[in-house]
Design a protein. Structure first.
Lengths: 186, 664
């Protein structure tokens, strides 16, 4: 029986499902060994240097933006806060951040949001940020291991991540975790 | 008497069902090899008794849940004494083990339905039916083994706890009580076309009669899947409180992929039935649709996909389902690779004809399916191959699906008006002229409502689909004089196409949705899209198993009261978790949607509210229901009456000429 084009076409789906099944089997076996986690989006370990990023676009009517070298060169701690105007916990934590901004500089990175919305949102509320950058593509958030907003990172001089909180801040977390760390500043 | 139906009896019935299914899966093939016809005919009683055993097992699990039998581990982990009765019952399928049992029960119901369908009238030979039942039996047996060996819903817990752990409050909702059974019925329903396809590959004969058998099962599965997806989308809209209706979540995509390939199958089976063409392709789509359903089940249960739909994930279960998937779909596709090239693919089509329009439809639907599949599988495979993590979201899907949907909508309007074999473009355009002008007239006032040209063109095309479907039926009615003479399939197709148009209009309307997050004191006014939202009061309430804080928001338009919304924030006792109850005021123009986000303890207290104005939002789900209704309407309850095999050719001709005459 001669092999026609039809034979070749008919084999494609079988090859496809074989590749799919082999791939999934690899994923499952690596999940069992623990070196493949579909949920974790590259979580940066504490005490790691901050990931590199170029100057973020700034937003109209808000403080200037920043890049990774600027963040590293600071001689005092900085709290990096990922936010969005569409997220309710971000709104809820704003007064707390404002209060905290008397103790530490807070720099904001806007995640997946429209520039004019954020500008309006932050200008309407009493905004606590000294610098605000726009992560338009969402790539910075992935590099930092952000899985949602709000998330906060405390950066010590030299660009080391010393603390990470992947939820909205509350008074208890601030007094118990953030303020003691600030006293440790080198 | 009722004491008879305890968990042990349920466990036994499940094991019995498994044995019956395995016999059902092997006897027909054995009968064929040994030339023992009587063995093959056993498949029918086996399918019916398997269904009985599984129903009994399912009833036993429900009874255990109703009786708060916490000695059953599954119930202790997912139920609680103070849970309302509806959710005690619905909670049975709100978890992994119970939902797998439901999956199997539905599959056995499909098997019993095939066994009971009158085969003499349809020309379905008893041997072919035995093959179909055997394949269904093998699938069912595999999943029952999975259920018994890795996810047994009847596992006991000793000592028995006094109270259960409770159910995720998000799942305690009527929408979610009915969403899984309907969705599973859709998923599992595609097992029947799959079994027909595999049986056809085994027997080596695909003809228009085969298309006639497959189509009603496909339509039924498709209609249920449409309904299930619609309900799921509606649930996420009003329960999650994110204000959206589709999030391109991998699990949502896992239901959309078989829906798209099933829609393609639905249309290609028409060509197989009416013109004896596209046979290999239809067989392939039948296999693919069920394979996508199975892959969806696998991806969700194994935890490979990163999704909001969390099942208790266990890689061991994943390996079991993957093996089943490999055996069922892999086996079918290898059989396809072996046998399909020998099938005769039927006649070639002329470029302008109904059958070619359906080919165009299939190309677009399958491209859409491929796009969604790529977007869903790309992240896990990238992570596996290159160790890079990334997420594929709305921007990717928007930019890839919209260019495919627009021509699809355009073609939908024209396709139904083309006649079979050879259509005349001039006559078709003449026929569609009223639809074109109607679209133009209705589209002009819409222009000012859309800021986005893409949304506007999609809305125009949706109007085009609706008007051309109506025009088509009106033209046909003029030709046949009475309503009764128009085949129900035409009514069904018209309704389903109108449903698509309505859904697309809803989606376009949602594109112009506006929202605002406000921190509000009591008595404060907020403006959104010309409406005035006033927070009048906030009260605390006590529910059966939760405490709630409820806001009263008065919405008015130019001083006239439109609605009072009561969003609330519920704190559940078991498990300790809070949920936000969205308040929605729906009307044909759209939804007013309010979410109670939280409280800031200032003096006086500030309440965080999220207010949405969602134009045309209900149309999305109404359209989905219309689509499903169209599918159910076109089910051929009576069409088989005069279609004995010997006069198939005759009916075939009448069907063709019936479709010809209306083309005036």
């Amino acid at each position: 029986m001669p092999v026609t084009r039809r034979h070749l076409l008919a084999v494609i789906p079988a090859v496809g499902i074989t590749a799919f099944a082999v791939g999934c089997a690899r994923m499952l076996s690596r999940m069992q060994q623990g070196d493949y986690d579909p949920r974790a989006i590259h979580t940066p370990m504490l005490n790691q240097p901050i990931p590199d990023f170029a100057n973020l676009p700034s937003l109209p009517g808000l403080p200037p933006s920043f890049d990774a070298p600027t963040l590293r060169q600071q001689d005092h701690p900085v709290l990096i806060n990922f936010l969005a105007s569409w997220c309710i916990p971000c709104v809820t934590e704003l007064p707390l951040l404002k209060e905290l901004s008397t103790h530490v500089d807070i720099w904001g990175i806007v995640y997946e949001d429209k520039a004019e919305r954020v500008s309006a949102f932050l200008n309407r509320n009493d905004q606590p940020y000294q610098r605000v950058g726009h992560d338009f593509s969402g790539k910075i958030a992935i590099d930092w291991g952000v899985s949602g907003v709000p998330e906060s990172f405390l950066i010590f001089p030299g660009g080391r991540i010393v603390w990470h909180n992947s939820a909205g801040l509350n008074q208890e977390v601030i007094t118990r975790e953030v303020l003691p760390l600030l006293e440790l500043t080198p | 008497m009722m004491e008879l139906f305890g968990p042990e009896e349920g466990h036994y019935a499940l094991a019995l069902g498994c044995v019956l299914a395995l016999f059902q899966g092997t006897l027909p093939f054995l009968g064929k090899c040994r030339s023992l016809r009587s063995l093959a005919t056993l498949a029918v009683p086996l399918a019916i008794s398997q269904c009985g055993a599984l129903l009994l097992s399912f009833i036993c699990l429900i009874l255990a849940a109703v009786r708060d039998d916490f000695s059953v581990k599954n119930i202790a982990e997912n139920s609680a004494l103070n849970k309302p009765m509806l959710y005690k019952i619905a909670g049975v399928w709100g978890n992994h083990e119970g939902s797998i049992l439901l999956w199997i029960v539905i599959l056995s119901l499909c098997g019993a339905a095939v066994a009971c369908s009158g085969h003499h009238k349809t020309g379905l030979t008893s041997l072919f039916r035995a093959y179909v039942l055997a394949i269904l039996g093998l699938i069912s047996g595999g999943f029952q083994l999975f259920c018994l060996l890795t996810s047994n819903p009847f596992t006991r817990l000793i000592p028995m706890p006094a109270d259960g752990l409770g159910m995720n409050p998000l799942l305690q909702d009527p929408g979610l009580a009915f969403h899984p059974p309907i969705l599973y019925a859709g998923y599992v329903g595609f097992a029947v076309p799959f079994a027909f396809a595999v049986a056809a590959l085994i027997s080596g004969n695909v003809n228009s009669l085969w298309g006639r058998w497959v189509r009603p099962w496909t339509v039924a599965a498709w209609a249920l899947l449409t309904c299930g997806i619609t309900l799921g989308s509606w649930w996420s809209y009003y329960v999650l409180g994110w204000g959206g209706y589709w999030f391109w979540d991998p699990v949502e995509n896992a239901s959309l992929i078989p829906w798209l390939s099933g829609t393609a199958l639905l249309h290609s089976a028409i060509v197989t039935e009416k013109r004896n063409g596209l046979k290999i392709w239809t067989v392939f789509l039948a296999i693919a649709s069920f394979s996508f359903s199975l892959s969806g089940t696998f991806l969700v249960r194994s935890g490979i996909l990163n999704s909001v739909h969390a099942f208790a994930n266990d890689p061991a279960r994943g390996i079991f389902i993957l093996s089943l998937l490999g055996l069922i779909s892999g086996g079918a596709l290898f059989l396809f690779a072996w046998r399909a090239p020998t099938l005769n693919n039927g006649p070639l089509f002329s470029p302008v004809s109904r059958e070619n329009a359906l080919v165009f439809n299939n190309i677009l639907l399958c491209s859409l399916c491929a796009v969604v599949l790529t977007g869903t599988l790309y992240p896990p495979f990238m992570q596996l191959l290159f160790g890079r993590t990334l997420s594929v979201g709305k921007p990717f899907f928007d930019s890839t699906t919209i260019p495919l949907v627009l021509p699809l909508l355009f073609g939908m309007g024209i396709g139904t008006s083309l006649s079979w074999r050879h259509a005349s473009l001039g006559r078709t355009f003449k026929r569609l002229r009223p639809a074109f002008f109607l679209t133009l007239i209705t589209a002009i006032p819409l222009y000012w409502n859309f800021r986005n040209i893409l949304a506007f063109s999609a809305a125009c095309l949706a109007l085009w689909v609706i008007t051309s479907s109506i025009t088509d039926v009106v033209m046909r009615l003029r030709a046949v004089h009475t309503l009764r003479h128009l085949p129900r399939g035409i009514w069904g197709a018209c309704l389903a196409h109108i449903g698509v148009g309505v859904t697309i209009l809803g989606i376009c309307g949602m594109d112009t949705a506006q929202h605002a997050i406000v921190a509000s004191h009591i008595g404060e006014h907020h403006q959104l899209e010309g409406n005035d939202w006033l927070l009048t009061s906030v009260r605390s309430l006590n529910g059966p198993n939760y405490q709630a804080l409820q806001a009263d928001i008065l919405v008015s338009h130019q001083g006239k009261e439109v609605a009072t919304l009561h969003p609330s924030l519920r704190t559940f006792i078991t498990p300790h978790q809070s949920t936000s109850e969205v308040a929605i005021h729906s009307s044909i123009r759209g939804d007013l949607y309010a979410v109670f986000g939280g409280v800031q303890h200032t003096n006086p207290e500030t309440y965080i509210l999220r207010l949405h104005d969602n134009p045309l939002a209900p149309w999305i789900w109404i359209g989905g229901l219309i689509m499903a209704l169209g599918g159910l309407l076109s089910l051929p309850y009576h069409r088989f009456r005069y279609s004995k095999q010997n006069n198939l050719q005759k009916t075939h001709r009448t069907a063709v000429s019936r479709d010809h005459t209306p083309c005036l």
